[in-house]
Design a protein around this ligand. Sequence first.
Ligand SMILES: NC(=O)CC[C@H](N)C(=O)O
Length: 306
Amino acid sequence: MDEFSIADVLAEVAVLVKPHFGKGRPADYIPQLASVPPGKFGMAVRLVSGEEAVVGDADEGFSVQSITKIFSLGLALNRFGDEVWTRVGKEPSGTPFNHLSQLEAEEGVPRNPFINAGAMAICDQLMDVFKDPPALVRGFAGFLAGEKAEIDEAVAASELANAWQNRAIANLMRGKGTINHDPEAVVAAYCRQCALTMSCRQLARAMLPLAAGGFSPIVEETIFPERLTRRLNALLLTCGIYDSVGSFAYRVGLPAKSGVGGGIVAIVPGKAAIAVWSPALDRFGTSVVGTVALERFTQLTNCSVL
Ligand SMILES: NC(=O)CC[C@H](N)C(=O)O
């Protein structure tokens, strides 16, 4: 990858994605996200070796949503180790991120930490020892990005006012003993965590430890043990894109995580962290243009873990 001019590749990607604008729709079940202009597009690549390139709206903040689940899982694994796996599984769900009946059929144990049930179980576990998990996630994300990140309280309130399905999930898990705190408090914390605002440039920097064996070249600290880094990437590859993770791996071939704000982060292990944003989503909740951009990027640079 070092043999390419990343800036040139991104410029080419920005042209190649053009025919795909107009497909998909921004998330509207969180009313505050429905008004984001669907034509936005930004992409940032940060190499482990230090080079950074961006294109389009890469410095504009957007709602990170489920991408924050990487930060919360990383924090939980660092704090609780394998105890995390007594609450959530490590298998792809094959169902939408807010699915309910699978959770009931499986005794309230979420398939993985990236679906909503799994992320709320992680949030509940963090609540055992931290007063304010969303603030912790915000602080961690900002630390890794090398600059402060903020929670958009309007987005958090907008989601919370409509979070009926997530309330059902949290109540089911409370009934089954997967979570211990008041389900309403867990849903509220989860919605605030998801409402983190970051730009593509900040996200690419913050994700760099996953590409660099757990070390952050940004803050010059080891963030995760190397083995844990590999495991996080394995979970991203198998569970990061919900029930379209197979076709995403087929097209892009990188560990990645989507969010309904239209962001996707992807990891090229040993080489780079990538963040892309475009708000219109496919029916699985993944950015249409973002996926095409990553597909073209991996084709042009020949980088894939597969
Ligand atoms: N995939 C996502 O980004 C979903 C996150 C969103 N906060 C929700 O719970 O629905």
